[in-house]
Design a protein around this ligand. Structure first.
Ligand code: DNO
Length: 410
């Protein structure tokens, strides 16, 4: 697979020169300065592309060309927004970029409750604690119906036996302070969302008020309706994708659970099969994010990779560990539930040219002081990339695939 790296543009503290030294071939990025819902002009795309190429790499994948909420909940300006999306697709294609990662998660892109959870080795990783998330939902967001929903909440079989998430959230409420509440809001709403071109930004004055307004937009939208809206969007853009050879690849919901009373429709094997069948066109494909999928105990990630490899246009290699109590953390790229070694075999066999990026990584050895985006450290991700490069070199030898590591004499 093509070794790519998610880079956040010229403001990223990690430079392209650094990436060149560690074997990165392709860049995954977006026009982060273009406001949501505005067209990406060919000129801006061209500028960034040329900049990337001046470092001897290429712009391999767009992550993300954001799908605005009004397309997701079918607001009155949905058709206008879809038209703009198509213009951006055409402009990207005119610059030779043909792979688009996007998501169809309402309101929140991805979610974690702790961005620096200590690992036994002294580094840290991203972590999701159900009780903290329930506390946020019930006590901070004060979402109508949240308490009743958490009272009904059940972990998948084999996990969280005897655990009462609602009781834990209530117990937490007794010890929380305004500072701790603020920290949780920063984690769930700002730090994880601010840099992914989502709905929330660093410096948002009243993020919770804003959050509630977004939630209101989804009143009455259930799973079937969200599916219908996704199908509508995909059917509308497919002729453009065919015309300009654009591969759309939806990112699975992260984590793959229903949260905040919102429907989530890219969580399981059945969901993915549904969305591929709903619009049976090769250009309607998947970002195989092994990390997101492996956070769902019901997902057999290797089986899913075998099944969906032919419709996968982009791969995220990462792996999660689910604790017996049901919470999850991001594991080593050589451990966890995702089995990245087997996934590398499957995807190398399917298509050795598939763009792949190492997703997230430990925060380690001073990464924490550098102000990197949550999950997107330098040393931790570089360590993971080294591990994945080793996996790929081994798998390639097994499969007889010849690969020349760029930047070396041999
Ligand atoms: C988080 C990322 C997501 C992803 C988007 C794709 O680390 O995996 O923000 O980029 O959901 O649209």
């Amino acid at each position: 697979m093509e070794r790519t790296w998610r880079w956040f543009g010229k403001k990223d503290k990690i430079t392209l020169a650094m990436l060149k030294q560690i074997g990165v071939e392709g860049i995954v990025t977006a026009l982060h300065d273009v406001p949501l819902g505005e067209v990406w002009t060919q000129e801006k795309i061209h500028d960034l592309k040329t900049y990337i190429e001046s470092y001897g790499m290429r712009w391999s994948v767009v992550e993300s060309l954001p799908v605005v909420e009004s397309i997701k909940y079918a607001g009155p300006d949905r058709d206008g927004q879809i038209e703009r999306y198509k213009v951006s697709l055409r402009n990207l294609s005119a610059e030779g970029i043909h792979t688009i990662c996007y998501n169809f998660m309402p309101v929140l892109d991805w979610a974690r409750t702790d961005l620096l959870h200590a690992n036994p080795n002294g580094s840290s990783n991203l972590y999701f604690n159900y009780a903290e998330f329930a506390y946020f939902d019930i006590y901070i967001l004060q979402r109508e119906g949240a308490r009743e929903e958490w009272a009904q909440f059940r972990f998948p079989e084999g996990y969280g036996e005897g655990r009462d998430v609602l009781a834990e959230a209530d117990a937490m409420a007794k010890n929380m302070t305004p500072e701790k509440d603020h920290q949780l809001v920063e984690t769930i709403v700002i730090k994880t969302q601010g840099f992914v071109s989502g709905n929330f930004k660093e410096g948002d004055k009243e993020p919770i008020e804003k959050f509630r307004k977004f939630l209101d937009l989804y009143k009455g939208i259930d799973k079937a309706q969200l599916r219908a809206n996704m199908k509508y969007f995909l059917e509308a853009i497919m002729p453009t994708c065919e015309e300009c050879g654009m591969n759309m690849c939806v990112h699975p919901d992260d984590p793959p659970i229903e949260i905040l009373g919102l429907p989530r429709i890219v969580r399981t094997e059945e969901d993915i099969q549904w969305m591929l069948d709903a619009v049976p066109n090769k250009h309607n494909g998947l970002t195989f994010c092994a990390g997101s999928l492996s956070a769902g105990a019901y997902n057999n990630v290797v089986e899913m990779a075998r099944k969906f490899a032919p419709r996968t246009h982009f791969v995220h290699l990462r792996s999660c560990h689910i604790f017996p109590n049901g919470d999850f953390t991001e594991a080593s790229h050589l451990g966890g539930r995702a089995d990245l070694i087997e996934l590398a075999r499957i995807f190398e066999q399917e298509n050795p040219a598939l763009p792949m990026r190492v997703d997230h990584g430990m925060t380690m050895l001073g990464d924490e002081d550098k102000g990197y985006n949550a999950g997107y450290s330098f040393l931790g991700r570089m360590f993971a990339l080294g591990q994945v490069q080793g996996i790929l070199a081994t798998v390639d030898r097994e499969l007889g695939i010849k690969y020349q590591q760029p930047g070396f004499f041999d």
